[in-house]
Design a protein around this ligand. Sequence first.
Ligand SMILES: [Zn+2]
Length: 242
Amino acid sequence: MSIESQALLRLQEIDLELMRLNGRLNAMPQQKKLATIKAAERNLAGKLTHIVGLRKDVEMDLEDNEAAQRRTSERVSEVQGEAQERARDYRGVRDLEAHLTALAKQLEKLEYAHGTLEAELERLMRAEQNANDLARKLQEERVAQQGSFERDSSAIMARVRLLAQERRQTVDRIGETTRENYARAYKRFGGLAVERLRGHMPTTCRVKLQQGVFNELMRGPVIAECPYCHRMLVTEGALADE
Ligand SMILES: [Zn+2]
């Protein structure tokens, strides 16, 4: 058999084995757990961003509130000062006292709002802390699952690396056109791209060729296309009794 035909058949075997190994890797329980952990981490990151945004808003509101309290207290001192100066002007003092009462009410309102904001800030900081704790736990669990996956899959991965290396060498022995045809057929037939002819029977679709079709194929290139299923068909060695 020609080097190219041999290489093509070997390439098919390698790729099918790689596909099976990949399936085994994906079916390992750690993979499912890792997917769940990663989804939970994404979800948590979104929540954390939201909480941090709210916390910063409340912190800003608190700053504004404290600035307003400072301004109001300053105003109180100013008005008190004015009241002392005008101690003999009865009506003026009464107006100022009314002003002071209004300012005191304003301060009271600001202090009340301050208390509410502080309670809200405390609640958000607790939520943020909880989210961070959970994120740390998820990360630990992810690292543990990843480690367990790597240990359990090491034999498979070693085989995958070996096959990948052999695949590179095998591909080097196949011509450009055949390579392209293989890539196309691989996609089209979900990996089962190549069959051989054994007597009058292709090995995959197993539709027996009529004598005329068979004769024509045997006169054509050694890597042909199956007239029935259109996979690549290695006709070399059809009549050898292996
Ligand atoms: Zn076929």
